[in-house]
Write a protein that binds this ligand. Structure first.
Ligand code: PLP
Length: 420
């Protein structure tokens, strides 16, 4: 007897009733109905203490944590509804990556970033940093060099070193309040151990949206030296002020040849706690096959059901929640800018072009880095990220995570004022 006939037979005989677990598209369709009309309130303050939050785990004695890059707001209600609905079906067996995963990323890159890529370039990544680490295993040997452009996300250097590779600095140039890449400095760094340039696009902590010309030049230089560019685009969905994020591999044929991109809805939809809501885009077939092979060999190519559902739900067509979140972030940035222009404290915020992290230039205070951190943490009782953790160029700076309700941000700024 065929399995289907067996099931039908038993159901007909009343031995069991077939309960549909449902396809992803059916799930999303019913989720759209269930979450329709549900608004969002970014001003709502949620008590995250006792929730195993890394951010709040560091806060003691009533401190306001404004460091690690997750937001204090709820995720998109559509995504939350999709997760709830999937869980309601209770069957949580091994899961393969469905076609919808590739479809939504393909459509998203085209619609949201204007990148018309081939669907087959897309792969899974078990987190952006985990994906990058797999790329190190695939394309480099211990002792090989990876160039980074500080000030840059601290886990770039950390994981290069943890993976037994060597981080080489090509610091950004900061001039007249603007950051630029130092291409002359870069040209001098290459040697036969240099295998990768790790790009942060957009750049965390300074919030830079790199333009097409800069990215194309970077691709040309790296190509000339036989060096691959790995582009971390995790903040790319949060380009602000109507500006556009430029995916690295979209800028030229050379960039397609040398580029490996990692991205995900993690930051924009505040999904970090789900872990693994990420993907790769690798146009070059040889590189793609090698990377995917490494992932498979480590059994890192099997994301959880919830990770997949969240990712697919986030990248649907309707972006109303995301647009609204971005306006809220812009408003929070305006609060910060107004505060530092109203109060001449010697701190200048660098306006981010993307994401919810504000890079504060505190050099005019003339404090040592320890004194600066004490001012924020011990006196004001707020916890920013330490500028020096981002490498050279971070001295005299702190990074403030303003992905929080405006009432919390205002309280933090008032505390800072009282600390002077
Ligand atoms: C630039 C950048 N890349 C990667 C990550 C972490 O990504 P994941 O959690 O997917 O490893 C962060 C988190 O702050 C980040 O800012």
């Amino acid at each position: 007897m065929r399995r289907r006939d067996f099931i039908k037979g038993t159901a007909a005989a009343g031995a069991s009733t077939l309960i549909p677990v449902g396809t992803i598209s059916a799930l999303l369709a019913s989720c759209a109905k269930a979450s329709a009309g549900k608004g969002w309130d970014f001003d709502a303050v949620h008590d995250r203490s006792g929730t195993w939050s890394i951010k709040y785990g560091r806060a003691t004695d009533g401190e306001i944590p404004m460091w690690i890059a997750d937001m204090d707001m709820k995720t998109d209600p559509f995504v939350a509804e999709a997760l709830r609905m999937r869980l309601d079906r209770d069957v949580l067996g091994y899961t393969s990556i469905p076609a919808e995963f590739y479809d939504v990323i393909h459509a998203w890159q085209k619609r949201y970033h204007g990148f018309d890529l081939d669907r087959e370039w897309i792969g899974y990544a078990p987190g952006v940093i985990t994906g990058i680490n797999q790329a190190y295993l695939t394309f480099t040997e211990p002792g090989d060099k990876v160039i980074i452009q500080p000030p840059v996300y601290d886990h770039f250097r950390l994981y290069i070193e943890r993976m037994g590779r060597v981080a080489v600095d090509n610091p950004l140039i900061f001039k007249d309040g603007r950051y630029q890449m130092d291409f002359d400095g870069l040209e001098k760094l290459f040697d036969d151990k240099t295998k990768i340039l790790l790009l942060c696009n957009p750049q965390n902590p300074c919030g830079i949206l790199w333009d097409r010309e800069t990215l194309a030049t970077l691709a040309e230089i790296c190509d000339r030296h036989g060096v691959m560019v790995i582009s971390d685009e995790i903040h790319g969905d949060l380009a602000l002020y109507g500006k556009k994020h430029t995916p690295f591999c979209s800028v030229s044929e050379t960039a397609k040849r040398v580029g490996v991109m990692f991205a995900g809805p993690t930051k924009a939809f505040n999904l970090a706690g789900l872990s693994g809501t990420a993907y790769s885009i690798i146009p070059d077939k040889e590189k793609r096959d090698k990377y995917n092979g490494t992932l498979r060999n480590s059994k890192l190519d099997e994301p959880s059901i919830m990770t997949l559902v969240a990712q697919i739900a986030a990248y649907r067509e309707d972006t109303a929640w995301l647009e609204s979140l971005k306006s809220y972030i812009e408003n929070n940035i305006a609060i910060v800018e107004r505060f530092f222009s109203d109060h001449d404290l010697g701190i200048v915020p660098i306006r981010p072009q993307a994401s919810f992290l504000v890079w504060l230039d505190c050099r005019a205070l003339g404090l040592s880095q320890t004194e600066l951190m004490d001012l924020f943490r011990k006196k004001a009782k707020i916890i920013p990220s330490n500028g020096t953790s981002y490498g050279p160029g971070g001295e005299g700076f702190v990074r403030l995570n303003i992905g929080c309700p405006a009432p919390v941000l205002n309280e933090a700024l008032n505390r800072l004022l009282s600390a002077f």
